[in-house]
Design a protein. Structure first.
Length: 386
């Protein structure tokens, strides 16, 4: 193929059996299981094993994996010291990238979880996977306290990842509904075929770089507003709009100026993202189950979705996962700039599944390019240049 396709649209970059998206029908599945079933019936730990192993785990495998994760929730004190040296005004995604890289120095990974003498490649991969997935939540939650000048809250190894994450943010066991919502968000964001950050994962993995280099590169890629960073922009956009009755005027102005509507559009989905539907339903459940009202931001979001779908739907542009995730995280009390780090915590499961898959049949990525620069020419000495 010599034709250049911007953004590699439609170009298969890999073969994978981890997840699949049918963008015309709005279907997402992990290892063949529809996302709706996993969101309703699975847990983040179980979904992670499904992504990694290819099958739903037995009770024993799930129990062992869960215990390994829990034994690895805590990070070394020196990582906390390192974080205190970072500027408190810095971006949490940049902190996370630095934190993941630092994990690579503190936990280099040549030892296995059990017996280092009998380490196999598979043990190494499993060991690294557990260490990264278990520790990313601590990095995110620790930073929230450290940047505000407080001591971090140590993890609770008796809690599942979702509950422990909220516990490390707030210092108390979460309400079961909020913990379930966090767990569902983790499941929904865990994997999504060859998106930009997963593609970055494959490229870095193909050089046989360490898994920490692989994941920190993926975190950096996820941070951009066209990818995972969009959920933060959605909340800022909804705040700017203010109220449902302002939607129409705001949208007309935005589209006239050819501006982006954050949380809308997707390279693969030509209908509404199935994850957005699940998140929207969760958001609707909140007031019913907690005896409150719909959040004003959510009301504005519903009005915006309706109006934007009317204007953009004919182009196949509908709400994506980021449209409702930010509002939901706000209901959980998460600060806006921590939405994308939470996305990264969850997506680490998918990234690491792709890391495994890439290593199992590796060939370094080295695409070509269409050169459109100058032809070969003579070097002009400085004194002859005008
Ligand atoms: N608002 C307004 N117009 C849009 C939007 C949007 N959100 N998305 C696409 N369009 C328009 C473009 O202006 C373009 O119009 P044109 O043909 O008249 O020039 C057309 O739709 C095609 O858009 P592209 O940018 O070429 O589509 P692409 O597949 O390259 O980009 C992307 C996909 C980046 C997701 C884009 O839709 C976008 O910028 N969305 C907003 C950011 C966002 O929500 N990102 C999160 C995606 S989900 C995730 O990564 C977790």
């Amino acid at each position: 193929m010599s034709e250049y396709l911007p953004g590699l649209e439609g170009v298969p970059a890999t073969q994978s059996n981890i997840s699949d998206v049918d963008g015309e029908r709005g279907i997402l599945s992990y290892r063949g299981y529809p996302i709706e079933d996993l969101a309703e019936r699975s847990t983040f730990e179980e979904t992670t094993l499904l992504l990694l192993d290819g099958e739903l785990p037995t009770a024993q495998r799930l129990e062992e994996f869960t215990q390994e994760l829990r034994q690895n929730y805590r990070v070394k004190y020196n990582i906390r010291t390192l974080m205190t040296a970072l500027p408190s005004t810095g971006s949490p995604m940049e902190m996370l990238q630095a934190g993941v890289s630092a994990l690579g120095m503190f936990y280099p990974g040549n030892e296995c979880l059990t017996d280092s003498d009998s380490c196999t490649d598979r043990d190494y991969v499993d060991n690294m996977t557990v260490k990264i997935i278990a520790r990313m939540p601590a990095l995110v939650a620790m930073w929230e306290h450290i940047r505000n000048g407080y001591d971090p809250i140590p993890p609770r190894p008796d809690l599942p990842i979702a509950d422990n994450l909220l516990y490390m943010f707030y210092g108390e066991e979460p309400d079961p509904l909020l913990a379930k919502i966090m767990d569902t968000c983790l499941i929904l964001h865990a994997e999504h075929t060859t998106n930009a950050s997963t593609f970055a994962t494959l490229v870095t993995a193909s050089t046989l770089a360490s898994p920490y280099a692989v994941i920190s590169g993926a975190v950096g890629t996820l941070s951009g507003p066209l990818h995972g960073g969009a959920n933060e922009r959605v909340v800022e956009m909804l705040r700017e709009i203010g109220r449902p009755e302002n939607v129409k005027t705001w949208l007309d102005k935005q589209l006239d100026r050819k501006q982006i509507i954050w949380g809308f559009g997707h390279r693969v989905y030509k209908v509404k993202d199935p994850r957005a539907k699940i998140l929207q339903k969760l958001m609707e459940r909140l007031p019913a189950e907690r005896g409150g009202q719909l959040s004003p931001l959510f009301e504005t979001a519903i009005a915006l979705e309706e109006a934007a779908t009317e204007r953009l739907g004919h182009k196949g542009i509908y709400a994506n996962v980021d449209f409702y995730s930010g509002i939901l995280y706000m209901e959980l009390g998460i600060p806006i700039d921590q939405f994308t780090p939470l996305f990264a915590v969850s997506r680490s499961a998918g990234w690491l599944a792709h890391w495994h898959e890439q290593l199992s049949d590796n060939r370094i990525f080295r695409p070509t390019q269409v050169y459109v620069g100058e032809p070969l020419r003579r070097y002009v000495p400085l004194r002859e240049r005008t």
